[in-house]
Design a protein around this ligand. Structure first.
Ligand code: SF4
Length: 103
């Protein structure tokens, strides 16, 4: 199981430099999740905060990154993980193998 730190890294990586083979899936999932977060009482827009980023006041995560972490889930169960961290690792390994054969 991926640690919370690993999920934070995954979210920020997918936010800043998404893997090409997952880019469309990440955008689709993020759009759906963002829509749910926008109407959630825990969205930072409903609170006074010194943080400039849109974040979840329940878990403290920056939403632009958290919604792009495929192995993450909402702390209140409003959206689920798209894949387990094990599945994500396996997918990355398969893509890496495939790419190494191509080049
Ligand atoms: S992650 Fe979940 S609890 Fe946090 S703002 Fe989004 S829907 Fe709400």
């Amino acid at each position: 199981m991926k640690t919370k730190f690993g999920q934070i890294v995954e979210g920020w990586r997918n936010n800043l430099i998404p893997p090409a083979h997952l880019k469309k899936e990440i955008e689709k999932v993020s759009t759906e999740r963002t829509s749910i977060c926008e109407s959630c009482k825990f969205h930072s827009k409903n609170y006074k905060s010194v943080r400039p980023d849109a974040h979840c006041v329940n878990c403290g995560c920056t939403l632009s990154a958290k919604t792009k972490c495929l192995s993450c889930e909402c702390p209140t169960g409003k959206w689920k993980a798209e894949m387990s961290s094990e599945e994500e690792t396996k997918l990355k390994e398969n893509v890496k193998k495939k790419n190494s054969k191509t080049y």
